[in-house]
Design a protein around this ligand. Structure first.
Ligand SMILES: [Zn+2]
Length: 349
């Protein structure tokens, strides 16, 4: 008997099916492929338990029939995905990895990338805070987009200051809850590593994440832009470093050992953006990151409160890459996190 199909295998089969389909089926199969990364259980386990596959997110009756056929008679084809779909963890796999080492997830103190209705997210700061409290977090960083990213409703210095007042109010509402909402931002960086916000306004934030959102399809190595971003004294964390997106964009290339070595020397962090379509840094790069000893920050890039659950993907990737616990930024308690940011800010003077 052939080995049981994993959700990752099914995602790949669905993505390939999209490529040979036409009309509305292209989108339906593509969407189902992406959804497969979020299924909390293995599809073949549902079939074995006589449960309908339509319980799974993104699976209607038509797609369920196709998946059922694959599960009953696994195709003989090689399942290895092309580079644009490679090295993505499924949530089902992440759960197995994390369940084997429960003390790992227990170290998590917070989430350092999420969006609210201040930019392109759908929830309020308070909604995010409530969801974070339910998860037992000590802190979250609110990282709405900065003004240069117009398409995502990026905010300017004035709005950032207003948001700061709202965050202060949310924190006042919750004394003793154990949760602190941190003022942060996902500052847009141009390919020269420069941000688009007044450094004075950034200095009032608790922590600053910078990220590239443009010229992400260059084929040539982009090492220089990463080194420039790391030198940017306004930021502490570089978000979704490669800029890859599942089945859409492969992301940038760089001399990664050199980039990570420089980040380690400057004591800056690189992120695992745990959004299922991103998973950036990915496992292959995390192994290089471990060798160079760089700090790793975990962010869900959540745009809805329920998406805080994506953190499982980042936690599992870091665990699988054997990143030491003392290199994970979000394993620090709030006071230690603040003093790390403070040290980086003092260094530039
Ligand atoms: Zn981003």
């Amino acid at each position: 008997m052939a080995a049981q199909l994993s959700n990752a295998d099914l995602a790949e089969l669905l993505a390939r099916k999209a490529e040979t389909s036409s009309g509305i089926l292209v989108r339906a199969f593509r969407r189902a492929a992406r959804s497969a990364f979020l299924w909390p259980e293995l599809a073949p386990d549902l079939v074995a338990a006589d449960r309908p596959l339509t319980e799974l997110h993104g699976v209607g009756p038509f797609i369920a029939k196709q998946i059922q056929a694959w599960i009953e008679k696994p195709p003989r084809e090689e399942m290895k995905p092309p580079a644009i779909r490679r090295d993505f963890l499924t949530r089902a796999d992440a759960r197995v990895l994390l369940a084997a080492k429960p003390e790992w997830s227990k170290r998590l103190r917070g989430d350092l990338q999420m969006h609210t209705h201040w930019s392109d997210g759908s929830a309020t700061i308070r909604d995010m805070a409530e969801a974070a409290k339910e998860r037992g977090y000590q802190y979250i960083g609110i990282t709405d987009h900065s003004k240069g990213l117009k398409i995502a409703g990026g905010i300017d210095e004035k709005a950032l200051a207003q948001q700061g007042r709202e965050i202060a109010a949310v924190n006042r509402l919750n004394p003793g809850s154990g949760l602190t909402v941190l003022r942060s931002i996902e500052m847009n960086l141009n390919p020269r590593g420069e941000g688009d916000m007044d450094p004075k306004s950034l200095a009032r934030l608790d922590i600053v994440l910078g990220a590239f959102h443009s010229v992400l399809r260059k084929k040539e190595e982009q090492t220089a832009r990463y080194l420039a971003a790391l030198r940017n004294s306004d930021i502490q964390i570089l978000g979704h470093p490669r800029g890859r997106i599942y089945n859409f964009r492969i992301g940038l290339k760089a001399d990664w050992p050199r980039v990570f070595a420089r980040a380690a020397k400057l004591d800056k962090a690189l992120e695992i953006d745990s959004y299922p379509d991103r998973q950036d840094l990915n496992l292959a790069l995390l192994k290089i990151a471990r060798k160079e000893g760089v700090r790793i920050s975990l962010g869900t890039d959540a745009h809805h409160a329920h998406q805080l659950e994506f953190i499982e993907l980042g936690l599992a990737a870091a665990l699988k890459a054997r990143i030491p616990a003392d290199r994970i930024v979000n394993f620090m308690d709030l006071a230690t996190l603040r003093s790390w940011v403070q040290r980086l800010r003092e260094r530039r003077r």
